[in-house]
Design a protein. Structure first.
Ligand code: 5GP
Length: 125
């Protein structure tokens, strides 16, 4: 079920548990600001999730409350994961679902990175 992204942050969300190491994930990358892991239910040949280490519900929440350092670190991590996966050529897609209309299911900011195949139209109609 899509969630209402209204604060406060829920420390029991599944990605918070992954960050704390309470449930397993297939790690792709980690630094001071970000953690990247493979999506459990991939929608493309490559489907990787990148999340900030801080307690942010969505891109909206992150852009409003995170420090410039956190934002810079996270944005750089997303780009690094895409480069390290060899996606720059022939291209890839990044997506962040936010709130009910965006179809967000997990209330911790995550950027999806899709690639490894042509990705079709931008939005389902
Ligand atoms: P959203 O719909 O919130 O943008 O995306 C949530 C994503 O998290 C989905 O693509 C879903 O497959 C993924 N996901 C949900 N639970 C888990 C989990 O426990 N582990 C991993 N690796 N991915 C998960």
């Amino acid at each position: 079920m899509p969630i209402d992204p209204t604060l406060p942050y829920d420390d029991n969300n599944i990605f918070a548990k992954i960050l704390r190491g309470e449930i397993p994930s297939t790690k792709v990358y980690e630094d001071e600001w970000a953690f990247a892991f493979e999506d459990i239910n991939p929608q493309a040949e490559v489907h990787t999730l990148v999340i900030p280490k801080g307690r942010y519900v969505s891109w909206d929440d992150f852009s409003a409350r995170a420090s410039d350092e956190e934002i810079g670190g996270f944005v750089r991590a997303v780009g690094k994961v895409a480069r390290d996966k060899g996606l720059v050529e022939p291209g890839y897609r990044m997506m962040a679902n936010i709130g009910a209309h965006g179809g967000q299911e997990v209330p911790h900011l995550h950027v999806h990175i899709f690639g490894g195949q042509p990705l079709g139209p931008m939005i389902a109609r």
